[in-house]
Every structure is written in C-alpha cells, then in structure tokens.
Design a protein. Sequence first.
Length: 282
Amino acid sequence: MPFAHAADGTALHYDVHGERGGPPLLLLSGQSNSHRWWDAVRDGFDAEFTTVALDHRGTGESGRPDTDTYSTPGFARDVVAVLDHAGIERAHVYGTSMGGRIAQWLAAGFPERVDRLVLGCTSPGAPHGVERGPEVRAALAQPDAAAARRALAELMYTPEWIAARLAADPGHTFHTLGDPTMPAYARRRHLRASARHDAWEALPRIAAPTLVVHGTEDLFNPTANAPLLVERIPDARLQLIPGARHAYFEEFEGVATPLVIDFLRSKGEEGQEQEEGQEGEE
C-alpha cells in the first residue's frame, strides 16, 4: 500500500486503480469517509482512467493526529503530497461533499495540478452557502445512534433504493455513512473542518473547466448551493439529477458516471474543434 507524507509528517494512504496509462483521475471522498466512499462506483471510471483515491487524515489507513491540522485547505495540501508521491503532475479531479470543498481549494491554490474539475453535492461554505435545515441537524444529532444512522442513510439515498439493496443483501454496507474505524476525536475534527470551509473569495480563481453536479432532492447539502458555485466559478456548468439525494453518484450511477466521463473526455474534443476552427480561419 503506497503512503505519501504530509508536510507535518502525517502518513497519507492512497491507492491507484484502473487503466494504467489512462488519464489520471483523482477521487476525493466526503467528510469522515475513507477512499471506500467510491467503492460502489469506482469500476465505472477505472475502465478509462487511472484512478487515485486517498484516505483523508483521520480515516482509513492514513495517520490520525489529534492536532489542529484538519481543514479543507489543509486537506488540499495533503492531496498535493499524494500527487507528488504518485508522480502525477496533473489530474482530473472529482470531489463530492467535503471532497468537493477540498477540490475547490486544490483547483484555486494549485491550478497547475488540476486538468478538469467536477464538484459534486458540495458547497462554497459559510457564510455564503446554504446550510442544511434545523430538522436535518436534529435528526442527525438524536441520541439514538441507530436512528441517527437511519436518518443519515435516508439523506444519502431514497428509502426505496435502501430497501431494495437490503432486500437483495441484508448485510449490505453503505460506505458513504462514515468510516467505522475513525476515533471520535477525528470525527469531530472532520466535522469542524467541513463546517469552517469558506472558499467564496477563492472560487473566481479556479481556471479549470468545471462541472457542478447535484441531486435535486439533496437536503444534507442543499441543492441551492450548486448554482452559487456555478455563478462564482468562471465558465462552470451545472448538471442537476432529478430525484437524487446526497449520494447521487451511487444511487443514480447510471446517469451520473456517464455524464462525468463525457465531461472529462470533452477536453480533447474541444481542443480539436478549436484547432479546426483556427485552420479554417487561416
């Protein structure tokens, strides 16, 4: 298992899958989740890309310092350390939820490392973003842990989809519901890092072609954040997925994965069209 090391010495576990020689695609997972966040959909990208996914500090096999080193800009610097260790100068980046917040800082602060950017079910952060409602906060904070987990699952997926998965496999693991190996202090630090995210002033510096994807029924990270990102990031595009909740990329994989791949592919096509247009003018 490869490990990079952050500037503070924290070990950062990552893995590389997919079509070696294919364009590199960095996958960034959500808050309190390891690289396993992508397990259910990663095969759809591996056929065409060299995918790289990491365990954020505090998760998976990465180091878990109980220090004040958890922030979305700091996570972005961790990502750069992983790219350096993997020998990847430039990659497509697909970040969802808190991973999308990290991706914002990566694209704004390290533009030379980002080819195309996909921001999924994410937000510019406070104070300009749209926060989840009090009823959602109350459901997630209830003292009954099992009930809180059910509430989280239903913010991620539609009840019908959950029921179908459990009917087919009663022991089905939903990897988007958090890394069960995380210590409590790391969960708290992840929550604080995500809550303190504010990339509003940095967003106009993003130069990478950007696609913003969001489910229309996302209450966990309200859908209203998507147009805010599109308005703030130069030439960004918006794609809403009707009926989808927070984990749109998994439940609606048949829609979401092809549209993301089409966007990532389109660079070559646009470049070819531009070259052909220049030749015609000459």
